[in-house]
Design a protein around this ligand. Sequence first.
Ligand SMILES: Cc1ncc(COP(=O)(O)O)c(C=O)c1O
Length: 324
Amino acid sequence: MSPSKSDEIKASALELIGNTPIVALDRLYQGPGRILAKCEFMNPGGSIKCRSALYMIQTARKNGDLKPGSPVVEVTSGNQGCGLAVVCAVLGHPLTLTMSKGNSVQRAIHMEALGAKCVRVPQVEGTYGKVTLADVEVAESEGLRIVEETGAFLVNQFHNDANVTSHYESTGPEIWRQTGGHVDAFIATVGTAGTFTGTSKFLKEMNPELQSFVVEPEGSEPIKGAPITKVCHLLQGSGYGAVPSLFKFEYMDGTISVTDEEAIYYKKLVGEKEGLYVGYTSGANVAAAVKLLNSGKLPKNAWVVTMLNDTGLKYTPVPEELTK
Ligand SMILES: Cc1ncc(COP(=O)(O)O)c(C=O)c1O
């Protein structure tokens, strides 16, 4: 029997956002307990940030802050930009992104393939692949200059409540439904904190016993309250060395620190054992999940849910001239 067309045909790429599958990483980690991972790399922009892109643009259009066809600007580490490029292409908004040159060039190529313009801003502190807060601040200044010049709508992901709402209304409920309410802990890296705050809030409302943990790069752990000793790390898109304004301590039970070496090791293991090609923050999330399950802080057979934030294709080595 052929399925009805209406079930099979998506109206646009916007309907490819969210509802990502959740996979048990049973080959990588064999217990006690279990690691379940949301396949966010399957979003059309290749990352979790499609969710916030969709909500932030839809909310701005609904509120009248963004008129049909009007231009949009955002400062991005790349994944938010790719998500916005998907949404703006479908809805017909010209899009300009500013991004540090330290962020992977594949992301700029991806955004431009979707019709957006990406302004790559030279680094002032970090090196290619390692982006610091100071690097992000210069990309931000350039974004604000463009907004001033053009009057475009600034998405402002670090201060936009719709970023949190996207995860409260989509990521959290999906995890709850997919696990049948069997989730003991949630783990996430923090960039803007949209993912952590929105998802943790929803899951804790469903199960007040659930524990939520933030993953921070070792040496850059402001949420833990530790002095910043290492500003350069591999977890692009997260761990900027400052507590973001969307972060809420009330939804957090603890932090877990992960080294670059651990992120690299688990990124590789997710590929080799699970057949999933993911980026560094995904590796860090899985490393943290293993540490948490081995720590004795959770019941023995706990189920830990975490995120495979983006695809490894965003980080494959590129010719040196493209990293300049
Ligand atoms: C690869 C990756 N992981 C994690 C995050 C953090 O997500 P959030 O901004 O929701 O905290 C980002 C954000 O850009 C990202 O690009």
